[in-house]
Design a protein around this ligand. Structure first.
Ligand code: ADP
Length: 674
């Protein structure tokens, strides 16, 4: 590599693809290039301010921090100039030639080739600097890093290559000059640029300046100097130049909040919701938190750096300060500005600071609160994007467990129509549980936002002589591999018969978070596939005890247990089922046994899951079982018992242990029939 002279280098393949895609997809919204460049310039100024906290000399040569937007109508150019931190030569090649974002590959895999869909994805990716090529046929970057002698010149026509060379006599900071494409020369115009700056960058904390327009000078005739055309043009600040979060909430319009979000996140879509708060008292801080409309493509990578922009006393300290929000809120973007933290705070210090912990818990509550207050229509899409991450919270944030549970949405045996698919909240569920009670106590004070109650549910509850107060009633749920498997599960039979709603869960982490859920508003969670069901409540316990005694005497159950239970057997025991109406048998896990999902999680993480056996429950009124009871031939009884067990396994959506043996047994039985 030569130390001097022009080098030509290639863009990283991904950068090239991204460039092309962006130019096509953002064409209709081209003016955003200015927002992106101003946003980078203001970040560069923020970083200079931060670095000069420890090295004041960096600021010395030019302490008046600002961004200047220039244009030349004749040459067809627009420049964005900042006196921020600047870039070193290698840094320019690195930063502007590659996309240094992990997950880039996955991003490209998700592109469909359909421009409409892909342009939405582009927003998630956040393209920043490259957006210059939407309007420019050529881009030149002149930059010198604060503290360096020499600077660099970078140029590219946005195709495969860029050039880079040393450049002398540059002021500190970065000048990005766009030579506009013939169809974009409209931007080399003062009026146009001003309006774009005001529209998109009003809230940027740094002044964005432009030369005073000629008509201003004429208006101001008394000022003779203004007539001297040769002089450096006089600059004026075009934007409000006051960081948005420092202004009172009541002064800020919706559009300003939205624009600030885009500036902050490089997202091209509006945010779904935001929360702006100033906390005063022992600890003072301001936060402006945004929930995006769309999950970032790398949401599932829990290791990635992400977090809020941290300011201390209005001074930018760091990006991706991940100490201020719990991991399950890693999709939230925003700013936190504290007056209490020291300016020299480091990541290590943040880690241990009690004030940071306090702010973190305050911010988590804010986010959960603003999500909780969204109306159902707006919240639905947010749930679709971030619901699975919120579920992590139930297991990780005990203090906010109830708020989190309140945000969860479910499929249930009730939501047959499309509008409510996957949108049942625990409040909906409980409101329906309470339904019979509100009927009894006419005018009872139950919150009643449930609609379209069907009678079969209340019918099931009503036959209890002394209806248990709803506080004691359980929230029933079933975990399965898919919605279809869930709906077909034999475990739902008795619930269907009695009209009791069951939540259907199919996410891979459902079993995990459920193990932390415990109860919600006095209602315990109960997995319908576990333990001995007690649908009638405590009043019936006595009768159940009696039943148990009778069961043990039941000769069929004993006979089945001889074949299937025992030390080498397939099941823990055999008992009569109250779960089934249509199926002959089903498998039931112990209350504390690991389910399929948890076993899988343990296997993936290299742990061995303890061996546990389910109970076989049989439906004594099923014709197959009744026939089985009368089977005199011991071998045949054995075959039938094994088939019964294997079928119960299949009905769980699990594979049978010995498929060959199962098929042979079934065939033998079929032959007997023919
Ligand atoms: P992002 O801003 O999302 O990181 P960009 O593509 O916009 O992505 O910019 C890439 C990097 O180039 C920035 O992170 C920054 O390091 C550097 N950069 C861009 N513009 C400037 C600038 N005006 N001054 C200093 N560095 C800059």
């Amino acid at each position: 590599m030569t130390e001097t002279g022009v080098q030509t280098r290639s863009f990283q393949t991904e950068a090239r693809k991204l460039l092309k895609l962006m130019i096509n997809s953002l064409y209709s919204n081209r003016e955003i290039f200015l927002r992106e460049l101003i946003s980078n310039a203001s970040d560069a100024i923020d970083r200079l301010r931060f670095e000069s906290l420890t090295d004041a000399s960096l600021m010395a040569e030019d302490a008046e921090l600002r961004i200047v937007v220039e244009f030349d109508k004749d040459a067809g150019t627009v420049s964005v100039v900042d006196n921020g931190i600047g870039m070193g030569r290698e840094e320019v090649a690195e930063q502007l030639g590659t996309i240094a974002k992990s997950g880039t590959e996955e991003f490209f895999e998700r592109l469909t080739g359909d421009q409409k869909k892909d342009s939405a994805l582009i927003g998630q990716f956040g393209v920043g600097f490259y957006s210059a090529f939407i309007v420019a046929k050529e881009v030149e970057v002149l930059t010198r890093r604060a503290g360096d002698e020499e600077g660099a010149r970078w140029t590219s026509a946005g195709e495969a290559e860029f050039t880079i060379e040393p450049a002398a006599d540059l002021p500190r900071g970065t000048r990005v000059t766009l030579t506009l494409k013939p169809d974009a020369t409209e931007f080399a115009d003062g009026f146009r640029l001003r309006s774009v700056v005001r529209r998109y960058s009003d809230h940027v904390g740094v002044p964005v300046m432009m030369a005073k327009e000629a008509y201003d000078a004429k208006d101001d005739n008394a000022d003779k100097d203004a007539k001297d055309e040769k002089k450096e043009p006089e600059l004026e600040t075009v934007n409000a130049a006051k960081a948005l979060w420092t202004r009172p909430r009541t002064d800020i319009g919706e559009d300003e909040y939205k624009e600030f979000y885009k500036h902050l996140s490089h997202d091209f879509e509006d945010p779904a919701v935001w929360s702006h708060n100033k906390v005063e008292g022992k600890l003072e801080y301001t936060s402006l938190l945004y929930v995006p409309k769309r999950a970032p493509f790398d949401l599932w990578n829990r290791e990635l750096p992400r977090g809020l922009k941290l300011y201390v006393q209005r001074i930018f300290i760091m990006d991706e300060a991940d100490h201020f929000l719990p991991l399950y809120l890693r999709f939230v973007r925003g700013v936190v500005d504290s007056s209490d933290l020291p300016l020299n705070v480091s990541r290590e210090l943040l880690q241990e600071d009690d004030r940071v912990r306090t702010i973190k818990s305050g911010l988590a509550k804010r986010v959960l609160d603003v999500l909780g207050k969204m109306n159902a229509e707006d919240y639905g899409p947010v749930w679709d994007e971030f619901g699975q991450v919120l579920k992590e919270g139930v297991g990780e944030d005990f203090a906010n467990k109830d708020a989190l549970l309140g945000l969860l949405r479910f499929n249930s045996t009730r939501d047959a129509d499309d509008a409510t698919q996957g949108r049942v909240s625990l409040r909906d569920y409980i409101a329906r549980l309470e339904q019979p009670k509100t009927v009894v106590e006419a005018g009872g004070a139950g919150e009643d936002d449930s609609k379209g109650e069907n009678e079969s549910q209340t019918a099931g509850e009503a036959d209890a002589q002394d209806p248990a107060p709803s506080g004691g009633k359980k929230i029933y749920y079933l975990i399965a591999e898919s919605k279809a498997a869930a709906r077909q599960s034999p475990h739902l039979e008795v619930f269907r018969e009695r009209g009791i709603e069951v939540l259907l869960l199919t996410d891979r982490i459902d079993e995990w978070w459920m193990s932390f859920a415990g109860e919600y508003q006095g209602h315990e969670f109960q997995d319908v596939t576990r333990g001995e069901l007690d649908l009638d409540g405590d009043a019936k316990t006595g009768r159940q005890q009696e039943d148990k005694q009778k069961q043990e005497d039941e000769p069929l159950l004993k006979r089945l247990a001889e074949v299937l239970a025992g030390p080498d057997g397939k099941v823990e025991g055999v008992r009569k089922s109250i779960r089934l109406t249509d199926s002959p048998a089903c498998l039931v896990l112990g209350e504390n046994d690991l389910g399929v999902q948890m076993r899988r999680i343990m296997e993936v993480s290299g742990q061995s899951a303890p061996e546990t056996k389910p109970h076989l429950e049989v439906n004594l009124s099923h014709p197959l079982i009744q026939h089985l009871d009368k089977e005199p031939d011991e071998d045949r009884f054995r075959d039938l018992a094994l088939v019964l067990f294997d079928q119960a396994t299949l009905a769980e959506g699990a594979p049978v242990a010995e498929p060959g043996a199962y098929v042979q047994r079934v065939n033998k039985l079929l032959l007997d029939l023919l």
